[in-house]
Design a protein around this ligand. Sequence first.
Ligand code: PMP
Length: 443
Amino acid sequence: MNQDTLLSIEDKVISNALKIRFYPMAVASAHGTRLMDEAGVSYLDLSAGWAVAGIGYGHPRIAHQLKKQYETISFTSQLTIPEKNMVGLAQKLIEITPGSFEKKVWFGHSGSDANDCVYKLWPLVRNRSRLVSFMGSYHGQTMGSLSLSGHPAQAKFIGHGNVVKLPYPNPYRPPFGETQALTSQVISYIENELFRTICPPEDTAGLIVEGIQSDGGLIVPPDDFLPELQKLCQRYDISLIFDEVKVGMGRTGKWFSFDHYNLAPDAVVVGKSLGAGLPISAVIARKELLDAGFGVHMFTASGNPVCSIAALENIAILEEERLIENAAENGAYFLKLLEELKQRYEWIGDVRGRGLAIGVELVEDRSSKIPAAEKTAAVCYRAFELGMLVFYVGIHSNVIEITPPLTISKQEIDLAVSILDQALKDLENNNIDMEKVRQYAGW
Ligand code: PMP
């Protein structure tokens, strides 16, 4: 069937609530770092399907395990739990998560329901009603997780009012006007303003943070921020939760983004790439935080054997194929090339990231830093026309988000940067069909 027909059928039968289609593309197959459309055109995927395909698409080891598992036990309602399953996966997740305290694991299907676990259980367990999160954060679309979020994507919904949002220490756009002493500005704001007014620490159950704020614009906080945040939480006995749904599972060059600072948070939320494409998420936390009561946050298919085996095999692949090391090494290479590209285009205001979680922020000019949302969409769209998939994020929609499969090679990175270079050149020369861009960006 031709691509336009496929897309029009999709428009007819799929709820808009589920869609943010940007490219007119019907995917026919996906392997490694590449997607193929119905017409046979191959695309390098710089997004990994929003950071899901960490080990790349269609890994044969996952396919093999899935078939074997489905044929042995396709599903159990938690009655039979052989070793290589939910329990084995929990043991493995506990092993890779730092912290010399007793931990347990909760399983769900998405980043949203995992963050809902935090939202629901923490106030109950800790008998404290408030939670703290950050402006610009994206924690999900269910009622609890959207209440935790501080992203424009959830702004039209009225979440629950017990979450207080703080400014995230963005070095490129410092919330208090100055980049110097950014960490102490935010920490002292929490301690001296927030805690003394609307959010008393003795009534605060937890604070949730992204180690790199991803949908908020791939923002890497100053090096001392997360360690200071952990100290603050320890001072006030507030549990610290890291949402690692997008940047965890090796993407930054270590298992978790907070591993770069040797931190041991009270809870870690993972999803997306955990299941190598299958829907599974997890919260790994201090035992007492997840023992709120029997069945208080459970779903029929939580920890099902098929998704669990995919996640276990995924972790084995990350370890055995040394993909986390690859993310560190090739991520640094990617950043270096993008820094060079920045020298050639005034519109590139900032390049930042860690491992293979990289953001390129476009601005109208470097002195005003006015976010260049249209230009960002145009560059992404042009890259699509040139054979590469890349999306944009950020509270101003002006950050090109680079989160490719961790298997990406240096040659593919060279290709990716040359496509971005060409797209920027085409923008400079007014060679991009802006009508099309507007149509697909939904303006
Ligand atoms: N947390 C973070 C950090 C995310 O980036 C996302 C998705 N972009 C979520 C949670 C929500 O995950 P899901 O879409 O699987 O519900």
